[in-house]
Structure formats: C-alpha cells, structure tokens
Ligand binder design. Structure first.
Ligand SMILES: Cc1cc2nc3c(=O)[nH]c(=O)nc-3n(C[C@H](O)[C@H](O)[C@H](O)COP(=O)(O)OP(=O)(O)OC[C@H]3O[C@@H](n4cnc5c(N)ncnc54)[C@H](O)[C@@H]3O)c2cc1C
Length: 377
C-alpha cells in the first residue's frame, strides 16, 4: 500500500509527489495521458512558486531555463502611463520567472524519477473511489484496485476525483475571453511585461525564454478565425507592433471562470490545485497557487496534522487570488472612448505614489503578506 496515491501528473501532482518522496514517503502518480502534455499554458512563476521549486530541488534548473520578468509597463494611446519595478518587492526573487509549463513539468518529472524511480503510472486513468476507512482509501485506476493511506486528486479543472465524490464546484463563467500566441521578440521590451490598455480591450505581452514573447489579446467573443494572422492584425491595430504570423509557434483561445470547492478534504481524499479551485489565467496565478497547495498538503501528511487545516489556509489564498484576477480582467475590458483619458489620468496619478506602486508590485508577484505560503514541516 502506498502512503499517498496522486491522481494527475500536472505540476501540482508532481510537486506533491516530490515533496513526499523527499520526506521518505511512498508515492505513486496516476496519469491518464500516455505522453506529457504539449500544450503551453502557465509560464509565470511568482516568487513563492520559485521558492517551492527550490524546495523541490529544481529551482536552479528552472532559473537556468527561464527568463526574468523584472517589471511592467502600462501603455495607453502610445505612451507609458504607469511603470512597475519588481525590484521594489525585495527578497531572493524580485521578479516573476517566465518558464513554459511543459518545461516546468519536465523538470519535475525528471526530479521525481530520481527520487522515486517508476512511481509515474502513465495511461492509468482514475475511475472511482471504492471504499474509505479511518486508515486507508481504496480506488480503481486503469482497471485495477489500489490502496493508499491518502488519495490526492490533482487532476485539474475537470477533476474525475471531485466528480466521483460528488463534490460541488460552485462559481461562474466570466465574460472575459482571450486569444494568445507566441512570437519571436521583436519589441525591444526585453525583461518587461507590457500591458496595452486599448479602448477595444487589453493586449498583454510577456517575455518567454528563447527570445520569444507571449501575446494575450482580449476579445469580445470567440473569433471565427483565430489564426496567427488574425492575432497579429489585432496586435498591430491595438499596439502598433508588427508581428510576422509565419513565425507564430502557438495560438490558443481561452475563456475564464471562477469556481471552488467548499472543502478540499473529503475523508482520506484531498483535492488540490485546479481540481479544488479554478481562477482566471489573467494575472497567471493558478500554477503558483497549486504549488503552494502541494506544499501545504505535504506538510499536513508529514506531520499527521488534521487535513481540515488545508481549507482555512488554501481556500482563503484561492479566494484572494480570484479577486485579484477579477480586478486584472476588469482593467482590460473595452471602454467607451470618452472615458479613456479619464482612466489614463487616474492610473497616472495613482502610479505617481511609490507606496502604491510597491503595493501593486507585491500583489502582482503574490508577495503581499497575506499571500505567503507555509514552509514544509
Ligand atoms: C491559458 C492559460 C494560461 C495560464 N497561465 C498561468 C500562469 O502564467 N501562471 C500560473 O501560475 N498559472 C497559469 N495558468 C493556470 C495553470 O495552467 C493551472 O493552474 C495549472 O496547470 C494547474 O495545475 P494542476 O496540476 O492542478 O492541473 P493540470 O495542469 O490540469 O494537471 C492535471 C493532470 O491530471 C490529469 N488527469 C485528468 N483526469 C485524470 C484522470 N481521470 N486520471 C488520471 N489523470 C488525470 C491530466 O491529464 C493532467 O495531466 C494558466 C492557465 C491557462 C488555461
């Protein structure tokens, strides 16, 4: 019998497996896919997430492969109306590290294989929980019955573990939708994230490793044509930057929603990461939140502490991240043109306050005092 069985080899499941293996616990990770996911989603690793990566033993490699986002610029009608320097937050990592999710997952898989060879079970989908007692949980995956002291559902937004336990996922869809794509960086913006506050909707641009940039464009509805050409045209019309569609390596459309479980703990089954809380990717906090869940769950399992304590800490963190994401989405919505000068002058005057700028930088980097994670026991 394993100490902990983990459903889902996304970043959260892998992080939990590593933390437990480092503590001498036996773990197995059950993944429905037969090969790693190739789709590019999260790339922003906030300072608390970088600290978790250090604890996982992959921090140095992540720093080597990633690129630092050292600050941000708010741009409207062709001029900068606010600038933010993440150096003001201090600490070991005064920047957001940009590293595509596939690369983060690869580093985590390699580390897990070092610590617990053979613990990854590919092509093994979770089916159902069969029985729970005070000591153990029995479940079916890949057509076979397994037993573990604990079962962790880290199987993403459409969690089969959550569905099987009939745990509600309350919340709502938002009207904010986006088209994103990766292009070579021809902007000269280097380590700076740029937010183009266009009247028809925001365009965000972030550095990626390999001299590339991710562009995220707010759209009113899913476009009939979401090709690189359409994306590049929208970027040109809202920012003035001319990108070559032929050099685009990925486009993807996404909607947004906020949903959460009312408890992450259900007997000896714990829900973590996106399985427990879905927040809008705008502000890019989901992965960082999930890594902190893994850290908190590992502490609880290691200390034999009551698992219920996870709810107070982690659902509160998810609620606060969801609020920040909603503010970010609101800032990016289309506006009547007559309100734009007024909005710009409000932002410019707020940005003149060094105190406020530091507060906003802390919020963007998930380093405000209320957002801190807890150390592993
Ligand atoms: C467009 C976009 C951009 C984003 N950008 C950022 C960002 O910059 N920064 C950030 O912090 N977050 C970002 N996020 C959010 C981030 O991607 C997620 O929060 C993160 O992937 C959650 O990790 P997870 O391990 O909980 O779930 P997932 O990454 O979804 O992994 C779940 C795993 O479980 C497996 N699985 C599912 N069902 C089963 C089953 N029945 N049996 C076995 N395995 C199963 C899946 O195959 C998958 O491998 C973004 C999200 C999107 C959509």
């Amino acid at each position: 019998m394993d100490d902990v069985a983990i459903i889902g080899a996304g970043p959260v499941g892998l992080a939990l497996a590593i933390l437990l293996a480092q503590n001498g616990r036996s773990v197995r990770v059950f993944e429905q896919r037969s090969v790693p996911a190739a789709h590019s989603r999260a790339f922003g690793l906030h300072p608390p997430a970088q600290q978790v990566l250090d604890q996982l033993g992959v921090g140095e490699a992540a720093q080597r492969h990633g690129v630092q986002i050292r600050g941000g610029l708010g741009i409207s009608r062709g001029r900068s109306i606010a600038a933010m320097d993440f150096a003001t937050i201090g600490g070991q990592y005064p920047y957001v590290l940009s590293l595509p999710q596939q690369s983060t997952e690869q580093l985590l898989r390699e580390r897990l294989e070092q610590l617990a060879p053979g613990s990854m079970m590919w092509s093994t989908a979770f089916e159902q929980v069969l029985k729970q007692s005070e000591q153990a949980v029995e479940f079916a995956a890949g057509g076979v019955v397994h037993r573990a002291l604990w079962l962790a559902g880290a199987d993403g937004v459409r969690s089969a573990v959550r569905t099987d336990l009939e745990v509600g996922f309350a919340g709502r869809d938002h009207r904010d939708r986006y088209l994103m794509g990766d292009f070579p960086d021809t902007t000269g913006l280097a380590h700076t994230a740029a937010l183009f506050l266009h009247q028809q909707g925001i365009v965000e641009s972030f550095p990626l490793p390999g001299a590339r940039r991710r562009w995220v464009v707010r759209v009113e509805q899913k476009l009939a044509d979401d090709s690189p050409g359409t994306l590049a045209e929208t970027i040109l019309s809202r920012t003035g930057y001319l990108l070559d569609p032929g050099t685009c390596t990925m486009t993807s459309y996404f909607g947004t929603a906020t949903r959460m479980v009312s408890s992450m703990v259900h007997g000896r089954v714990v829900l973590l990461g996106d399985a427990a809380h879905q927040i809008s990717p705008i502000g890019g906090q989901g992965l960082s939140l999930g890594l902190a869940d893994a850290q908190a769950a590992a502490s609880v399992f290691a200390a034999g502490a009551p698992a219920g304590s996870l709810d107070d800490l982690r659902l509160a963190a998810a609620r606060s991240a969801a609020r920040r994401a909603q503010v970010n989405m609101l800032l990016g919505r289309a506006l009547p043109s007559w309100t734009v000068p007024l909005r710009d002058s409000v932002i410019s005057s707020l940005a003149a306050s060094a105190w406020l700028k530091q507060k906003v930088a802390r919020s963007f980097t998930m380093t405000s005092p209320g957002q801190r994670t807890i150390p592993v026991a």
